[in-house]
Design a binder for this molecule. Structure first.
Ligand SMILES: CC(C)(COP(=O)(O)OP(=O)(O)OC[C@H]1O[C@@H](n2cnc3c(N)ncnc32)[C@H](O)[C@@H]1OP(=O)(O)O)[C@@H](O)C(=O)NCCC(=O)NCCS
Length: 176
């Protein structure tokens, strides 16, 4: 049995004993191990854990979000991308979204496709469920992970954050 076959996805509960995890980033490790349960308790973010019987191999946390017109640098670009497809050309100041607050893979599993698998799960879950309107997935992507999100179909909302430590990216769920 290979490692992938041993993986399971679990919604974090407040009583969960979180198995060891190291993605190489102190803040992301610390969020999972020390803060994720409090975020859940206070309804700030929901965390999903991918694990083997011994280790946590990846996790992501989600929260509600919106994509606002004011975050988009160019009104013309906003109009093209976001309003022309709307019924009767209706214009909205913002659109409903779900934010990937955090997403990380253990260093032992880097480059094995797990990060993309987690992104795929979020895309399919929110596209299919339609429990509430949700047009976009958003993420404040770390500089080192921009290529990863690009490969997973995410685009930049603005050029204003070029060169910053994190950049706001989005994925349009209506394309799947
Ligand atoms: C970024 C991260 C989640 C990627 O997870 P992963 O499971 O290694 O990614 P995948 O194997 O699904 O990679 C998918 C593609 O993205 C590319 N990629 C992944 N990480 C990359 C990086 N840091 N820089 C450039 N490209 C990267 C891969 O090469 C792969 O492309 P390919 O299919 O052409 O080979 C993982 O490296 C990680 O946890 N990093 C530390 C935490 C972090 O930065 N999280 C993001 C916070 S916004």
């Amino acid at each position: 049995m290979n490692l992938r076959q041993k993986l399971s996805l679990e919604l974090l509960s407040e009583t969960k004993v979180i198995r060891p995890f190291d993605c190489g980033d102190h803040d992301l490790n610390s969020f999972l191990l020390n803060e994720s349960k409090n975020f859940k308790k206070n309804l700030l973010a929901t965390t999903y854990i991918v694990q083997t019987p011994k280790f946590t191999v990846g996790y992501f946390s989600l929260l509600n979000d919106k994509v606002s017109k004011k975050e988009s640098q160019s009104n013309r670009k906003w109009k093209q991308k976001f309003t022309e497809s709307m019924p009767q050309g209706k214009q909205f100041k913002s659109y409903p979204a779900v934010k990937i607050g955090r997403l990380a893979v253990d260093v032992k599993m880097n480059g094995e496709g797990l990060g993309s698998l987690m992104i795929q799960y979020v895309k399919e879950t929110f596209r299919k469920s339609q429990k509430s309107g949700c047009k976009f997935i958003t993420v404040d992507a770390y500089r080192d992970s921009l290529k990863f999100y690009e490969k997973n179909g995410f685009e930049y909302l603005t050029k204003n954050d070029e060169g910053a430590n994190t950049r706001l990216m989005y994925f349009d769920l209506t394309v799947i």
